[in-house]
Design a protein around this ligand. Sequence first.
Ligand code: FMN
Length: 189
Amino acid sequence: AKAGKTRNIVEKLEESNKDCIIFYGSQTGTAEDYASRLAKEGKSRFGLETMVADLEDYDYDNLDAIPSNKVVMFVLATYGEGEPTDNAVDFYEFITGDAPQFSLDNEPALGNLNYVAFGLGNNTYEHYNSMVRNVNKALENLGAHRIGDAGEGDDGAGTMEEDFLAWKDPMWKALAEKLSLEEREAVYE
Ligand code: FMN
């Protein structure tokens, strides 16, 4: 790890004054690119303070301490036999592993967490979009609140871009409602 860079998400959001962190699990850059686009759109349309992050750069044991006025987005590509990208291996193991389901006071472990999820896959593979499917399931089991649908983009059908566009608009609408964000008049592209 690079010196001076925190791996603590909560600390990072606080010290950089961000409302929204967009994590990507990417091998060849497509998921990373979508993550950047979401960050820009959140900022330009809603004035949301966004940041993009490599899943590998943070620890996940304090996901439960992210305040409920913030949102965490996951943009996740699937590889191999339905496996995570290299940079998502540790996160995937953590979130689908034996993380505690409930806190000491018997509340769901991630009851405070708002999340958004989009997956990148190819339907010609047997384990189609299993990263986003499995991460979504794990987060649901931990009591986290998904905003919008868990989207799935399909490289196999050649509809990745359309799938992304069709998914993101209702997601932004749901997010704006949840966080009481006002859409700006002008949209900067
Ligand atoms: N997509 C799936 O849904 N399931 C898979 O098992 C899967 N395996 C893949 C294996 C290889 C070698 C490659 C090149 C792609 C695979 N895909 C699979 C499709 C990728 O997830 C998809 O192309 C995605 O857009 C890549 O995103 P990235 O550029 O961020 O790495």
